[in-house]
Design a protein around this ligand. Structure first.
Ligand code: GRF
Length: 199
């Protein structure tokens, strides 16, 4: 059977998230207002009930929510995800607070087309508690990194970084500042990747 041609020529993104989803919403909003020539065709979420799912519902983004424990292995649920990404013609996968390490199944299928945002100036403060770790260390310059995802935790090639000074002592204030830097940086980095792909 002939594949039906897609009428919408915008780039096709998927976002993976586990929690709050403010970066997901920043990307979806940039798609909606034209800053990104793209659409989020799928949100993948490994935590039923996560707030990001409510955001997706409000924004009309299709969501695949799953419980990892209901699958025999990580490879098994990733194979299902890869099928969904393939079906939807996804060009770029944006991890945005997705709290799982990808297996070879995702990396082999989408390697080089998976990016992540991390709330530190990599290679400093890798891991799940980067903001807290940097704060407790007492750094005075914080930042955010967008990078490719490979099989090394927070170790892929850096795409974009942005730094800012913070000498205060309020962890919540710091976290809000990190998120405020993340959202535009992620959108700009994705826009740059899509534009580079068009050339
Ligand atoms: C962000 O700080 C991101 O850098 C990290 O996870 C957090 C996700 O926040 N990878 P949100 O769910 O997008 O609000």
């Amino acid at each position: 059977m002939l594949k039906q041609k897609r009428m919408d020529t915008r780039h096709r993104l998927a976002v993976f998230a586990s929690g709050n989803g403010s970066n997901f919403e920043a990307i979806a909003a940039a798609c909606a207002d034209g800053r990104l020539d793209a659409q989020v065709v799928l949100l993948v979420c490994d935590r039923p009930g996560a707030y990001v799912c409510s955001r997706a519902e409000r924004l009309g983004v299709e969501t695949f929510v799953f419980r990892p424990k209901e699958y025999a292995s990580k490879e098994a649920y990733e194979a299902e995800i890869v099928r969904m990404l393939d079906e939807r013609g996804v060009e770029l996968v944006c991890l945005a607070g997705y709290m799982r390490i990808l297996s070879r199944v995702m990396l082999d299928a989408y390697g080089g087309r998976i990016v992540n945002i991390h709330p530190s100036l990599l290679p400093a403060f890798k891991g799940a508690h980067a903001i807290r770790d940097a704060f407790e260390y007492g750094v005075k310059v914080y930042g955010v990194t967008v990078h490719y995802v490979n099989d090394e935790l927070d170790g892929g090639k850096i795409i974009a970084q942005r730094a800012f000074d913070y000498t205060g002592t309020d962890a919540e204030e710091l976290e809000a500042m990190v998120h405020a830097v993340e959202h535009p940086l992620y959108v700009e980095a994705v826009a740059g990747l899509l534009a580079a792909g068009d050339r």
